[in-house]
Ligand binder design. Structure first.
Ligand SMILES: C[S@@+](CC[C@H](N)C(=O)[O-])C[C@H]1O[C@@H](n2cnc3c(N)ncnc32)[C@H](O)[C@@H]1O
Length: 190
């Protein structure tokens, strides 16, 4: 099912987490016993399927995307994988509009993986949503390997680099960068 979701992502021109990143997210979800997960950027459901595999059977994943076509593909992937409908909440819309409606401190894991320009806003919302001990995951935190290269000063690289800096200096968080896929930044909420 993961393979099909990945193929559909390629057909729709939508990126998906690397297999190594997906495997890490599954382990993190399992280690947290994550019953409540938020994903910013549904895509065709690749990362969601990985996380659902690690979550307990009564865990619910809330996933947000602006592209209805991507979410339709994700819903199809969830159904094909035998995921019970009650385990996913697929919300169409802009994360900037949807995230403020979600409850403070109610989530175990938040994955941010859409629109790097908006990462500063999404990660702030994510920190608010996490319970103590919960984990923020930022996919694409190396932005095509450009973030560690100081010569790269284009707009997106600069935004993603600043997000990493801000998370490292945020006393509410314990961050670590994993060299998986395009960089997976994980930060535990103290
Ligand atoms: C990289 S894909 C997400 C992939 C998914 N997390 C996975 O690994 O399977 C990015 C998704 O973010 C969505 N997206 C891009 N800009 C967005 C925005 N401003 N607001 C919400 N979603 C956005 C795209 O429609 C796309 O489906």
């Amino acid at each position: 099912m993961l393979l099909r979701a990945r193929e559909r992502a390629a057909e729709l021109g939508c990126a998906a987490v690397a297999p190594g990143t997906g495997a890490v997210l599954r382990v993190v979800a399992a280690a947290l016993g994550a019953r409540a997960v938020v994903e910013v950027g549904t895509g065709t459901g690749v990362a969601a399927l990985w996380m659902l595999q690690g979550m307990p059977a009564d865990g619910v994943l809330t996933t947000i995307d602006v592209e209805l076509e991507h979410q339709r593909a994700a819903k199809r992937a969830f159904a094909e994988a035998g995921v019970a409908p009650a385990r996913t909440r697929t919300i169409p819309g802009r994360p900037a509009d949807v995230l403020p409606r979600l409850t403070d401190g109610a989530y175990d894991l938040v994955l941010v993986g859409a629109d790097p320009h908006a990462y500063p806003e999404y990660v702030q919302e994510a920190v608010r949503l996490l319970r103590p001990g919960g984990v923020l995951a930022v996919d694409g935190a190396m932005h095509r390997g450009r973030v560690p290269d100081p010569a790269r000063r284009d707009e997106v690289t600069t935004v993603v680099r600043e997000v990493g800096r801000a998370l490292r200096s945020d006393e509410r968080l314990l961050p670590a960068m994993l060299p998986s896929g395009d960089g997976l930044l994980l930060a535990v909420r103290r």
